[in-house]
Design a protein around this ligand. Structure first.
Ligand SMILES: C[S@@+](CC[C@H](N)C(=O)[O-])C[C@H]1O[C@@H](n2cnc3c(N)ncnc32)[C@H](O)[C@@H]1O
Length: 266
């Protein structure tokens, strides 16, 4: 495990993400679908009913909500993460809803398997690794021809204002996780954080020791180098070039810092 993975892992061990408040099957399936899964699947031209029997990899699965969602629809799910406390929560979630997921404790930079997947998802993890592109290429390699890969990353333009805030937090509170979180709670939220999920969200957003930023054009370049054809994105964006640039400038104004892009392997 390199230094970056070590420091990122320290954060998630303390604040497993996203730690959603899942109480019922409705929370895990319908609510998650309405909030995010429907949008994620749409980028890859997928719907829940198309997942049955498919081999799915969720790399950087966190507390496992998405992996469990895939499994609910009868997909064969492999879900890996570096963070043991996130995996423990993920396993608890799967057990609670009687869902089968093959969880693995692993640095995604070192993940090796003979398996090949119909759908690979890596949401919010690559930008916390030292070599996002290299790790993307390794994941793309695990995708079957005709299969899809979906990545979620911080946007270079959309997260610009947030980067300034992060720098300010660094100046005021230094690099200690607890001090940074305390500072955000006092000076940005100006109230006590209300739940485990909110604390995980705030820690992930403001306290993370390492994140990188990417443009749509850059990810389309990654796709091209790895024989992957663009399918779709969320928020929607033109296929690279000037229109994608203009869309990202709008994200900068709106502060939309996270984008999801899917492609199909040739
Ligand atoms: C922001 S969370 C996203 C969790 C989940 N994918 C989701 O969308 O809710 C990032 C996750 O990536 C994991 N992660 C970060 N670096 C990793 C690495 N090198 N190998 C495996 N997992 C990693 C973290 O432990 C964390 O659970």
């Amino acid at each position: 495990m390199d230094k970056i993975a070590l420091s990122v892992n320290r954060l998630y061990e303390k604040f497993p993400y996203p730690s959603l408040p899942i109480r019922t099957e409705h929370d895990l399936i319908s609510k998650l679908h309405a909030n995010i899964m429907g949008k994620i699947l749409a980028t890859a031209g997928l719907e829940p009913d198309l997942l049955s029997g498919k081999e799915i990899l969720d790399a950087g699965c966190g507390t496992g909500e998405k992996a469990c969602y895939f499994s609910y629809y009868d997909a064969h799910v492999t879900a890996i993460d570096l963070c043991r406390s996130s995996l423990q929560k993920a396993m608890g979630l799967a057990e609670r809803f009687h869902l089968q997921v093959e969880f693995g404790h692993c640095d995604l930079a070192e993940f090796r398997t003979e398996k090949r997947f119909d759908h690979v998802f890596c949401l919010g993890a690559l930008h916390h690794t030292r070599y996002p592109y290299k790790n993307f290429a390794a994941l793309a390699d695990l995708c079957k021809p005709g299969g899809t890969i979906t990545v979620g990353l911080y946007n270079k333009y959309g997260r610009l204002a947030h980067r300034v805030t992060r720098m300010w937090i660094g100046l005021r509170a230094g690099s200690d996780i607890d001090k940074r979180l305390e500072y955000v709670e006092k000076s940005i939220y100006r109230r006590k954080l209300r739940s485990v999920h909110e604390t995980a969200y705030v820690a992930d957003k403001y306290v993370n020791p390492h994140e990188s930023y990417h443009s749509v054009g850059e990810v389309l370049g990654w796709f091209e180098k790895n024989g992957i054809a663009y399918i779709g994105a969320h928020p929607q964006v033109g296929e690279g070039g000037f229109s994608a640039f203009l869309t990202q400038l709008r994200w900068m104004v709106k502060g939309s810092g996270f984008f999801i892009v899917s492609g199909r392997k040739n």
